[in-house]
Design a protein around this ligand. Sequence first.
Ligand code: HEC
Length: 159
Amino acid sequence: MFMPKLPLVSLLLLLAAALALPSFADTVSAPSAEQIVAARQASLDMSVITFSGMQNAMKNGDEAKKVSYFAKALARWAKVLPTLFPPGTGAGQQPLPTAALPDVWSNRAEFEQRAADYAAATDKLSALAQANDTAGFTAQLPEVKKACDACHKDFKQRD
Ligand code: HEC
């Protein structure tokens, strides 16, 4: 039977190359403060677009399940929102303008609470959409809006 044989030296070289490969953890570097601010602002812009999309759907007489993907996406975003406000991403701490007030960091427990309230409101919205409870969904939309506004009131600079 034919058995190709690699010279021992090739095997050793292959092994050395494999060991020299960086692990995935090594290749991911932390995003800069500026990249984090850009990411959260883009996501917040998309939040308003997502929210209006759901409002418009209800105005047009659509069923809640038609926008269940919208609601699910907002609920997912609500859970990661606070992680995109790490210390060092405030005004004057990185190059981009930001409307995040210093209270986001100095009153962190309250900020996290507003984010948790928002996550709970969007989770409920998403469950109502999944169940195709259009009346419940329509009634929950202003509750979600209240959660946005409750956070903006204390943690976002007014436009
Ligand atoms: C837990 C707090 C919190 C919640 C909840 C929240 N936001 Fe915000 N939002 C902020 C903060 C803080 C900023 C300022 C971010 C910055 O400029 O870096 C902001 C900024 C924004 C912006 C401006 C983004 C830009 O382009 O600079 C929009 C639009 C927005 N939010 C929409 C919403 C909508 C819609 C909801 C609810 C569906 C919502 N937000 C929920 C805290 C929150």
